[in-house]
Structures are given as C-alpha cells and as structure tokens.
Design a protein around this ligand. Structure first.
Ligand SMILES: Nc1nc2c(c(=O)[nH]1)N[C@@H](CN(C=O)c1ccc(C(=O)N[C@@H](CCC(=O)O)C(=O)O)cc1)CN2
Length: 333
C-alpha cells in the first residue's frame, strides 16, 4: 500500500537503503574500530569477528567520590565487558562526576545488563543511560528559508558520516520540498503565524513523536518555540545560532555584528530552551571579519561556520558524547 506523506499529500517513494547506518529497527551496519574522526559506517557483513550487537555506550553522572572509575570498570569486568573507549571528568565547582564508556559485552542479555546497572547506580546515586553503539539516532530536521545547514546535514548523513536516521523534515516554508524529495525524506510544510502557532506546534510535535525522534535539529528554523514545546523537547533539540553567543542573540545577528564592527563572527550550536539563545552550548566556532565586509559578506562567510558547527554538535550528541552539567555541557570528544 503506497504511504502518503501527511502534509505534502504526495506518495512517499520507498526509502533507499542508502544509509549505511542501521535504523534502530533492523540491527545491522556498525563500524570498525577506526579513530572516531576517520570512521565510515558500513554493513556488518564486511566486518570480522567483532559482534556489533554487543557494543554499548554507557553515560553516567553522580556526586564525585574516590573509586568511581574503579567501580564502573569493575562492574563491566565482572560481566566480561571489554572497554573500548572511556573518558571521565569531575567538576570541582559542582562536585559532580561524569563518565562515558564504550564497551563490548557479548555474554550478557541487554535486559540483565540494565537491571544490574540499576542496582549498581542506586549504590552510587548515579544517573545513567545505555545505548547500543550501532543504533542510528532517529532525527527530525526543522528549517525555514536558509538551507545551507539542512543541505550539509543531509549530505553528511547520506555519506554515512553521521550516526543518525533522518525520519522527516519540517518547515514553515516550501523552499526545500524538492531537496527533501531528492533524499526520499518526508517533507512537512507547516506554516506558522502568531495566530496559528499553537496548532502548528501541535502538528510538529505529532510528527516528531510519530517518527520516534530522539533528536530534533533546528537547522536555521526561524520561529521561537513555545515554552511548552521546549519542555517536551528538553535535552533532544539542538539549534544553530548564527553568532558567537552570548553576543548578538535574536533573529538578525549578522546585522548586529556589522553594526558593532566586530573582527570575528561565529556560530553556536546549543540545546533549545524556553529562554531564547540561552540553552547549554555544545559547540562554537569563529571566522574573521573586516571593516570592508558588508552584512551580505558576513552572512555568506558565516554559512560554512554554521554548517560545520552544527554537524559537529549533531555527531557528538548522536554518539552520546554530550552530557548535561546544569546549564552547561560536558563533551567527551
Ligand atoms: N524557544 C526557543 N526557540 C528557538 C530558539 C531558542 O533558542 N529557543 N532558537 C531559534 C533560532 N534563532 C536563533 O538562533 C531565532 C529564531 C527566530 C527568532 C525570532 O525572533 N523569530 C521571530 C520571527 C522571525 C521570522 O519570522 O523570520 C519570531 O519568532 O517572532 C529569534 C531567534 C529557533 N527557535
């Protein structure tokens, strides 16, 4: 039966298997042990003895104390868990400890591992989460009229460079309908105005939940999300702001930068909160500016910076390398 795209009313073409990532439903397609920066994701068949289905990422935070690394590594060793990558940080200001461990563990059922982790976590007052390394993160992209970040994310995903599973694109304009079609991704055009905002956001959230999105990326989506939607998307919505925050918040940062005469412009990827452009920062970068630059020059130069900053933030989030630390983040690159 042909699947009809809810908003575009057009038959959705069956999805290609272009992605080399396993969507969470069919568990195939992990990566060999290249350094993360060089990893290219490809089908399981080409991989040797390594069993992808037994590789996990554990992230945790708890009040800091002596022996936590020993306790975590001991917990895994007792269950024949082989640590492949580990990083930790203790924040002296908050007294909190953070850790990310990637490990292979073939001799234990996932459910048992989770039960054991729950008991272990209680002992140390640990907040934790466990993810299958190969699971591609279900993602919905949102965009308005500037398509450079959207285009960049789609190309990196298609090239197997991002461990995500792009389920849908939502926009308050039609501009990128064809781009979405070229990647066989459902495109949802949902106009937003002050009068229709609540209804529009209800439709947006319906799609996000229907797609089981673990991540929503505001790839130059230029509408302010309501407090209610921000609460529902807390910790799973990333925005790219086209300035080096905290400078130049708002919708027109390049005009503000030009007026101020700055010598550096920048971009900031951050989690979306109800407080506009105030969310925990994941990644930032800068580019040079000069007295001779027009706003158009700054806007054009900023596009590359925005795309690269957002792609890095999406990659780190989808590899479970970003841990929340109050209104800040800890990044295990
Ligand atoms: N609740 C939040 N919503 C959004 C955030 C955020 O941090 N919290 N970031 C923005 C993106 N953004 C800057 O990065 C931004 C977008 C839009 C505006 C704005 O003032 N928009 C006007 C409408 C502008 C238009 O129609 O072109 C408005 O919404 O009234 C400021 C900052 C995404 N949403």
């Amino acid at each position: 039966m042909k699947r009809i795209c809810s908003s575009s009313r057009l038959p959705c073409r069956p999805r290609t298997t272009a992605r080399s990532y396993a969507s969470t439903s069919s568990a195939e397609g992990p990566c060999r042990r290249r350094p993360t920066s060089q990893r290219r994701y490809r089908p399981a068949a080409t991989i040797g003895a390594y069993d992808p289905n037994s590789s996990y990422i554990l992230t945790l935070s708890c009040p800091d104390r002596v022996g936590l690394v020993h306790a975590v590594s001991g917990f895994l060793a007792e269950r024949n868990g082989n640590i492949e990558e580990a990083a930790q940080y203790n924040d002296k200001a908050t007294g909190l400890f953070f850790m990310r461990v990637q490990f292979a563990c073939e001799s234990i059922e996932l459910a048992t591992l989770k039960d054991d982790l729950s008991a272990f976590a209680e002992k140390y007052d640990i907040r934790w989460s466990l993810h299958a390394t190969i699971a591609a993160m279900k993602t919905v992209l949102m965009v308005s009229r500037e398509g450079h970040c959207l285009n960049d994310l789609l190309f990196r995903w298609k090239s197997g460079l991002l461990p995500i599973d792009i389920r849908a694109i939502i926009s308050n304009h039609r501009d990128f309908y064809q781009l979405a079609a070229s990647y066989n991704i459902p495109f949802h055009h949902i106009p937003v105005s002050a009068a229709t905002k609540a209804q529009a956001e209800a439709r947006q959230f319906e799609i996000i939940e229907a797609e089981g999105a673990e991540l929503v990326v505001l790839a130059r989506y230029m509408q302010v999300l309501s407090d209610d939607l921000c609460r529902k998307l807390a910790g799973r919505a990333i925005n790219i702001h086209h300035s080096f925050l905290p400078s130049f918040k708002g919708a027109k940062p390049y005009y503000q930068a030009h007026d101020r005469g700055v010598k550096l412009i920048g971009a900031t990827a951050h989690y979306v909160t109800a407080d506009l452009d105030e969310g925990p920062i994941i990644e930032q970068d800068v580019a040079r500016a000069s007295h001779s630059d027009t706003v158009e020059d700054l806007t054009a130069r900023g596009r590359d910076t925005e795309s690269q900053v957002l792609a890095r933030a999406v990659k780190w989030h989808s590899e479970h390398r970003v841990l929340m630390n109050g209104h800040k983040t800890v990044i295990f690159k």
